[in-house]
Design a protein. Structure first.
Lengths: 355, 279
């Protein structure tokens, strides 16, 4: 009697298949050997090693290789481009301040100072704002307000840099000139931080614009971090008689501290590399001044202004070196931020989204 | 209530008020900027603005037709280059990636200043080709976009329940068809959202275009020639001395902002359709 399908019970048939089909093909692709009598092609299909699969995997791998390649070529090209300047000026490039394209002498200290000063000023303003937003949204706000406020704050990240610059030139600077700087100078004008004549374009204007620009990034990541704090932390604090603010400040915030610091550093990374808005309002003066009312220069602004107008090969190499310094600094800052954030909110793509 | 307890509750109330005020301050900044854009830009929007090219400095009238078309071409080309690579990388990270190293590379590139990406495109395209070109600008924008798209795609694909994948494999689907027809398809709304947000982000970029696409006073559709874009036009007009230019800069900024918001809001809407209220 010929063996027909019915002669095998459903249970046997199913169990036969199930034992040979790996549950997680990704982790154990070859763990179970295929039985001999079945046609090879069918099992290959099931085990995920057929031609289509290989082609698919090869295509995706090729596409995925673009990113690491981009990173490596970017670094290599910056080093190669900057080499003449590195050889000529060595390490003093980062702490000397003469920048004379005609004489061929380059020192980037004022730009590095301006980049750090404007970013720190931005953090000083943005961190309280952003943490306020994050804490308010996760802990205190009425439910119906959460979505709209989170959306509006994230919209700040969607405004193009050049639009911030435009607003800075025609709205913020006139506002500072008429309402903020006169009282500042009247009360604090004797300190070196607020000395000198205010022309408009200044470290202060750059710092404020930067602060508005990085608030959404810090707020979004901080919010994710605070959301990742277990409810039991809050409940325990409240259960011991803490007020709502005490629960937040003594239980929730310390629990997420690493992630919050990561969020701030991420904001710092954004501020360091921001170009257009800063270029438009910071004054672009190659000079170190302690006063926030004076013009300054940043690395990104220098590249934006001078790169395509480099007067000599050495000038161009110096621009490459500025780019290299900027790149290395942002990579280090971002890497620190990611590691800190991952400790709290593991593996989420926080901060990589705008809107 | 004892004095100490009272003080603690007052502190709690004050701090709650403070964080609320800080939140509304952040929102206020947005409202102010958008309000100024409309107040100073809307009055200059007319038919000429969209259909005419810039006129020589000092004359009145003229529009930014060349910049609008240029933005369309450069961003479109960037999307054409960047989206397939970004989505492919995201799928790779989700399907075969082992986590940290892939994220690390993508996140580091995500944080790379856009002006440095401009230097990258200048070195590999402008210098060898012997001149500024729209193509170089597109490549720079694509390079900015890839890590962003890759991360959102990966995140969206990882949200797809494993049971769906197992069901497809159990039915005898090969892995590649499972990945494309079942997994990627389930995550489609999220991937599209990521793409729209990515395009919106690069549409507003100026820095990488400064020494790649350069800008152009005339109408040009050739991708091997310099081309004008809206962000670059805003930068030039805002930095210039003429009232007329400032007026056009505000109007251009309003148009650019509307474009970016349109893409962003479409993206939000797309993800709501799929996942209900987003986080």
């Amino acid at each position: 009697m010929p063996r027909c399908y019915r002669s095998v019970t459903d249970a046997e048939y199913v169990s036969d298949r199930m034992t040979t089909l790996p549950i997680h093909p990704a982790t154990t692709p070859h763990a179970v050997p295929a039985p001999a009598p079945t046609p090879q092609s069918e099992w290959r299909t099931l085990r995920g090693t057929n031609v289509g699969d290989r082609l698919y995997r090869a295509t995706l791998t090729a596409l995925a290789l673009v990113l690491p390649l981009l990173l490596v070529t970017l670094l290599a090209e910056l080093v190669v481009g900057a080499w003449p300047a590195i050889k000529r000026f060595g390490l003093p490039f980062v702490w000397t301040s003469v920048w004379d394209p005609v004489a061929g002498v380059f020192g980037a200290a004022p730009m590095i100072f301006g980049t750090l000063a404007s970013s720190l000023l931005a953090l000083l303003i943005a961190v309280p704002l952003a943490l306020g937003v994050a804490i308010y949204l996760t802990e205190f706000s009425p439910k119906w307000l959460r979505q709209p406020i989170a959306f509006l704050v994230e919209l700040l990240a969607a405004i193009p840099s050049v639009v911030y610059g435009l607003w800075g030139i025609f709205v913020l600077i006139p506002f500072l000139r008429s309402y903020v700087v006169p009282p500042l100078r009247a009360t604090l004008g004797w300190t070196p931080l607020f000395g000198g004549v205010f022309y408009g374009n200044s470290l202060l204007a750059g710092g404020i614009i930067l602060a508005i620009m990085i608030v959404p990034y810090i707020a979004a990541v901080s919010r994710e971090v605070l959301l990742a704090v277990p409810a039991s932390q809050r409940e325990a604090a409240l259960g011991m008689g803490a007020t709502r603010w005490e629960a937040v400040w003594t239980a929730v915030v310390p629990y997420g501290r690493a992630g919050l610091i990561g969020a701030v550093i991420l904001g710092l990374g954004r501020a360091l590399g921001e170009t257009m808005a800063v270029t438009m309002v910071i004054g672009n003066r190659h000079d170190i001044s302690l006063s926030v009312l004076q013009p300054a220069y940043t690395m990104a602004a220098a590249i934006a202004n001078e790169f395509s107008e480099a007067v000599s090969d050495l000038h161009l190499a110096a621009m490459f070196e500025v780019g290299l310094v900027l790149f290395v600094v942002t990579v280090i800052v971002n890497a620190c931020a990611r590691l800190l954030i991952w400790r709290v909110a593991r593996g989420t793509a926080v901060g990589s989204r705008a809107l | 209530m004892s004095g100490r307890s009272l003080r603690r509750h007052v502190t709690s109330g004050l701090m709650t008020g403070l964080v609320a005020v800080l939140s509304f301050t952040a929102v206020l900044a947005l409202v102010l900027i958008l309000g100024d854009l409309i107040a100073k830009g809307a009055s200059s929007l007319n038919w000429d603005f969209f259909t005419k090219n810039p006129v020589p400095a000092g004359q009145s009238g003229g529009g930014v037709a060349n910049a609008i078309v240029g933005t369309g071409i450069i961003v479109g080309l960037a999307a054409l280059i960047g989206l397939p690579i970004g989505i492919g990388t995201g799928l790779y990270l989700a399907e075969y990636g082992s986590g940290r190293l892939g994220w690390f590379v993508a996140d580091v590139l995500n944080g790379t200043p856009s002006i440095v990406i401009g230097i990258f495109a200048w070195t590999w395209l402008v210098r060898p080709m012997g001149g500024y070109s729209a193509l170089a600008g597109s490549v720079a924008l694509a390079a900015l976009m890839i890590p962003m798209i890759a991360r959102t795609t990966e995140e969206m694909v990882r949200l797809v329940p494993h049971s769906l994948r197992e069901a497809a494999l159990a039915l005898g689907y090969p892995r590649w068809r499972t990945s494309l027809r079942v997994v990627a398809r389930t995550a489609l709304a999220g991937i599209v959202t990521g793409c729209l947000v990515g395009v919106a982000r690069i549409a507003g970029e100026t820095a990488p275009l400064l020494f790649t696409a350069l800008g152009n006073l005339n109408f040009s559709t050739s991708v091997t020639q310099p081309m004008q874009t809206l962000p670059h036009q805003i930068y030039e007009y805002a930095s210039g001395p003429f009232e007329e230019w400032h007026r056009l800069a505000w109007a251009s900024a309003l148009v650019l902002m509307s474009l970016v918001l349109l893409l962003g809001v479409t993206a939000r809407w797309a993800i709501r359709q799929r996942h209900g209220a987003a986080r």
